[in-house]
Design a protein around this ligand. Structure first.
Ligand SMILES: NC(=O)c1ccc[n+]([C@@H]2O[C@H](COP(=O)([O-])OP(=O)(O)OC[C@H]3O[C@@H](n4cnc5c(N)ncnc54)[C@H](O)[C@@H]3O)[C@@H](O)[C@H]2O)c1
Length: 464
């Protein structure tokens, strides 16, 4: 079976880049990305490709090449479903904010809506691919909904979790470590569906990196991968606090530990805490699944990764207050960076939001600069926390387009995202414009400490 027409439901951080790369690498496949969010689709269709809604290095060039050729963005979800032989579901699966499992379980209402829409519209056999990160055994529920419409359409459900990291999405999609495809490999139809998807990826990914498993292993592997990655960050962050008390340097510890080939060097960078839309929600989901099977020790074990991360964000902000003579009330503090990591405009669960909120509770005046995040997004992130009114957030927080302007007249500067451009700022000029003593808090271990101390900064870095 050869796939000719793909539909992807959800034009977000996963659906957009993933489909752009599939379209670029498979010119013979028509790829249509649909979304109910009209303004997002309009942005994807903006004649100026620099204005697409998601910032990822290299993405706009790919969109420029494929859009209008075999890559299309649309709000006509029904038509795209009807036309497609393979449908990717790439919608959001946030943590539930209500009812059973509130604050832990994944909210699958968007997934279910997709399944019902597919069931209503489809007239011929479809392969449905779970691209969203889902609790183990979701495919069963999807199949149930799809099979119970009684219109004679046959569905094959595949799990194909996405492992891209924001900020390096294009590179990750072009050269994935592996592509995981879970399917009903015991039936001929299931096998055929798995092969059809494998053939799509094989157009640019070496066959030995295309991994086939049963559906449940595939669903659970994605949650496991995120839990392991987040665990490494929390592990090194736990050590960063101990380093600060003992005179050890967390970068040196990380290097020494990471050179052990059994451990490896990646994801051992101490920071103000991990953010992003996935780690927290996926681990909470894992914890919820473990609890629902009565596996309380398993649940507690993984929950500690989240607790450590919350602690790291809070302790960074608390250290700032403590260093500044136990009060930041009325003091101007410049936050450099708002995105949850560099090279993305995504701010979901960014540590910066929580640090800002803590400092605002201490009555600080905040000025934010981030090269890719809009003012509107920053206010919306703070408003979402509900700690104070929207007006109060707008009164206490200013957003500027220039890092030097942010730091002008500030008592303190905090680096919260590791944007490369912060390393080459004119730190002498920043120091000259600040109130003295001038505090510089590096939440990302981005800056070289000695030169900053030599300029005169009171310099604090995580884990040192
Ligand atoms: N962001 C990441 O780095 C990443 C990486 C791997 C996996 N994932 C997983 O991929 C999934 C999507 O994540 P994302 O970051 O792209 O989310 P996102 O919020 O950026 O995008 C999801 C999109 O789906 C749309 N949508 C929701 N319901 C819809 C419906 N019924 N019909 C049409 N469109 C609908 C929303 O409007 C939104 O634009 C999640 O399950 C996430 O866990 C994310």
């Amino acid at each position: 079976m050869t796939i000719k027409n793909i539909c992807c439901i959800g034009a977000g951080y996963v659906g957009g880049p993933t489909m752009a790369v599939i379209a670029q690498k498979c010119p013979n496949i028509k790829v249509t990305v649909v979304d109910i969010n009209e303004s997002r689709i309009n942005q994807w269709n903006d004649p100026n490709v620099e204005k697409i809604p998601i910032y990822e290095p290299g993405l706009s060039d790919i969109v420029k090449e494929a859009r209008g050729r075999n890559l299309f963005f649309s709000t006509d979800v029904d038509k795209a479903i009807d036309d497609a032989d393979m449908i990717f579901i790439s919608v959001n699966t946030p943590t539930k904010t209500y009812g059973i499992g509130k604050g832990m379980a994944a909210d699958l209402k968007f997934i279910e809506l997709c399944a019902r829409q597919i069931a209503r519209v489809a007239k011929d056999d479809k392969i449905v691919v779970e691209k969203s990160t889902l609790p183990v055994r979701t495919a069963e529920a999807l199949k149930n909904i799809l099979d119970n419409t009684g219109n004679g359409v046959n569905y094959q459900i595949l799990s194909n979790p996405e492992f891209l990291a924001e900020g390096t999405a294009v590179d990750d999609l072009m050269n994935p470590d592996r592509v995981l495809i879970g399917g009903d490999i015991d039936s001929p139809e299931g096998k055929e569906a798995v092969e059809a998807l494998t053939d799509v990826y094989a157009q640019w990914v070496p066959r030995e990196r295309l991994l086939t498993t049963n559906v449940w292993s595939s669903e659970l592997s994605k949650l496991t991968a995120n839990a392991f990655l987040a665990q490494r960050v929390s592990s090194i962050n736990a050590m960063s606090e101990l380093c600060e008390k003992t005179g050890a340097d967390v970068n040196e510890v990380a290097k020494a530990v990471g050179m052990d080939s059994r451990i490896g060097p990646k994801f051992l960078k101490a920071s103000v805490g991990f953010g992003g839309s996935c780690f927290q929600k996926d681990i909470l989901n894992l914890v919820y699944i473990a609890k629902s099977f009565g596996l309380n020790e398993v649940a507690d074990y993984w929950e500690q990764v989240i607790l450590m991360n919350d602690h790291q964000k809070k302790r960074f902000a608390a250290n700032m207050v403590k260093a500044m003579y136990n009060t930041v009330s009325g003091k101007k503090i410049a936050l450099l960076g708002w995105a949850f990591k560099k090279d993305t405009n995504d701010t979901r669960e960014s540590a910066a939001i929580y640090v800002a909120d803590y400092l605002l509770n201490e009555q600080a005046e905040i000025v934010v600069y981030d090269p890719k995040v809009t003012e509107e997004q920053i206010y919306s992130d703070l408003d979402y926390l509900g700690s104070r009114s929207g007006d109060a957030n707008r009164q206490a927080v200013t957003v500027v387009n220039d890092p030097l302007e942010a730091c002008d007249g500030a008592h303190a500067v905090a680096i919260l995202t590791e944007w490369d451009e912060f390393t080459t700022l004119d730190w002498q000029k920043i120091y000259d414009q600040m109130l003295k003593p001038a505090f510089l808090f590096d939440g990302r271990r981005l800056l070289e400490p000695e030169t900053k101390k030599k300029i005169g900064f009171e310099f604090y870095a995580i884990g040192n």
